[in-house]
Design a protein around this ligand. Sequence first.
Ligand code: C2E
Ligand code: CA
Length: 768
Amino acid sequence: MNRPSNSGNRRILVVDDTPAIHQDFCKILGTGLDREAALASAEAALFGDAQVQRQAFELDSAYQGQEALALVIAALEQNRAYAMAFIDMRMPPGWDGLETIERLWQVDPQLQVALCTAHSDYSWEQMAERLDLGDRLLILKKPFDTIEIRQMASALTVKWQMTRDAELRMSNLEQAVEARTQELSDANIIVQNSPTILYRLRGEPSFPLMYISHNITKFGHDAAQLLASPNWAQELIHPDDQAMVDAAMARVLERDAQGASIEFRLRTGDGAYRWVENRYIPVRNKEGRLFEIEGIILDITERKLAEEKIALLARTDGLTGLANRATFSERLGQAFAACQRGATPFAIFYLDLDHFKQVNDTLGHPVGDLLLQQVSERIKRCTRASDVLARLGGDEFAILQMDMAEPANAGALAAKLQTSLALPYSLNGNQVRISASIGICPYSPSSANADAMLAQADLALYRSKDEGRNQYHFHSEDLDQQVLDRVTLANDLRRAIERDELELYYLPEVELASGRILGMEALARWNHPEQGLLGADAFIPIAEKTGTIVALGHWVLEHACRQMRLWRDKGMAPPVITVNLSLAQIKSGDELVRDVADTLGKWGLAPSDLEFDVTEATLAQTKWTRSDVLPQLRELGVKIAIDDFGTEYSSFDYLKTYRVNHLKIAQSFINAATEDPDSATTIRAIINFARELGIGIVAEGVETQEQRALLMSTGSTTQGQGFFFSEAVDNRRAGELLRQGRIVPSAQRVAAGAASGIPQEPSEAWRE
Ligand code: C2E
Ligand code: CA
């Protein structure tokens, strides 16, 4: 920056065509101690002591205007400009004084001028016409006075210096202002372009937002709108992170807190989220009172993504992208703990490629790696997204099959894996075939811990290898056999429907008192080619787990309706035919409703001729309110009974919502009631409750005269089914029963009850 000079410019140019005049000026203004002293006193008189350093003038001479101009230009070039010039008015043959001044000012407008003129020269007005006189020109009238010349020299050189200093100061000031403005604008640009958002909260509840830097627009928000919004925090913070942010804020408010730093997800204007780091800095006054809270928000999304990537790399196997051993153990631990809390079981699979080493040895490691990658792709395709797949190292893989309701499901997956993995691979032009050995350990409540399960899966894998590879084994031979049987049965069942191996048996529903047949319940039986006639319990659960139940249910509905038609045509049809309904069928939704309507139509039956049994458990899983299949069936006019009632829930409030026709009280309940007064009380309560709601009661599994008597004693239970009256019978026998219209229990049965010492009269427990 330029500084005002403190020495002062004392350079004077004397322009006069008369050489003697120059000598005079030299005498008056030149150096010399006495003159110096005189000069000093003159200046002191003029400007006061401090103003001017006492110093001699520096004189140059020019005898013509042109010469003066050359000197001025040269002085300017050397940065030694003249402070003032004494210029004679008349300087023949060249420019006169005015022209000279004009020319000099053109090159040096700062130059102060004293024009030396005689009375006869131009008047002031005339001069003003020729020159813009301004404040740079003084007139020095001839004849000259020494003092006047000194005063003029002093005054004009000092004026020059002051003007120059003022200009310098001004320009310095301007530069300073400009620099500051630039600085601020740079700072602003840095803030706008930086990923850092600054904000300020007032230091008192509810800590309103007072300022937020404009670059919040980067996140798609408008600063002004946020400032105006009382919910700015909720608008910006991910709901799941809100509690954490609140906790950090609470820390900041503690008296000695220096600040807090947290990471949370900041919502952008378009509803996406970015990870940010947020620093709170409390600003307090001297007394420690919170004045405001300053905040800094940094976008750390990229860092977070990188961290996630690193974490992922640490969790996965580099070659296949499957989980690694550490992740597998972790997930296994979680799955085991979940099962102990009652989650659906899972199964551990250990899988080892047979003779993988040969592939590596003959075709090289790169081909071996390709094979491992393709194997993992195939494993992925065989499993569900929720399953956990891992490569434990080498050619060893492991799977956690989640939601394995049934060991047979694990068997099915193992078979699927074997088939898929055995298909040929094309690896860099090489056709390769490989098989896999698998060991399985399903969770069971008796499993000691996750490690024990791993050891068992390993043992199972060993068995598979030991017994010739390319096979799967469970950890126990029993389970192997059981699963094998079930898997075979499930496959056979699919064919059984096509081969017409199924048959319907009928279980009568009777009026307890009279034995009059009020309905027939259709129950599936399977004439198995090798195992003979199978009861429903032997295959219905498998059909339910394998999904075959949907096709089976369709078959049952069709044949039950057909049978009803046949009975009706013979004039011996029961009032209603009952068909059991499974969860999977209900889940098929509208398809089921259509199937029911079509089948009823096909056999010319009224909807009220048909009743569906739905177990309490199924009902719970369908959540009546969500699936509208059952209400749709009710709408159609089909009847609904709740099967196995009393086994699942202790509260029956839901009956008010579920407008069903019958409750079928579970056999286990009936049995318990005869022995335990508490159960009897519960049953009585249920019966009363149902009666109030207009719901009929059917007692299931009535086996004895005593039970019949007990039930009848409640006054409300009028209907029942069970071996006391009849077991499920084939259609020929059912036809005979229907023709009779009622079932009179054989004297043997009644007597059997008496003979076994069972009292014929209801026990106390049953009395209301
Ligand atoms: P459920 O609906 O409770 O059927 C009654 C079962 O109890 C029948 O066994 C029947 O034979 C048996 N039972 C009847 N009275 C007595 C008795 O006094 N004492 C004893 N101990 N048992 C008696 P089943 O036929 O083996 O059926 C078992 C279960 O299989 C049925 O229970 C039903 O839930 C299911 N089921 C049977 N057929 C079908 C069908 O076609 N579709 C569907 N989805 N499920 C069926
Ligand atoms: Ca039933």
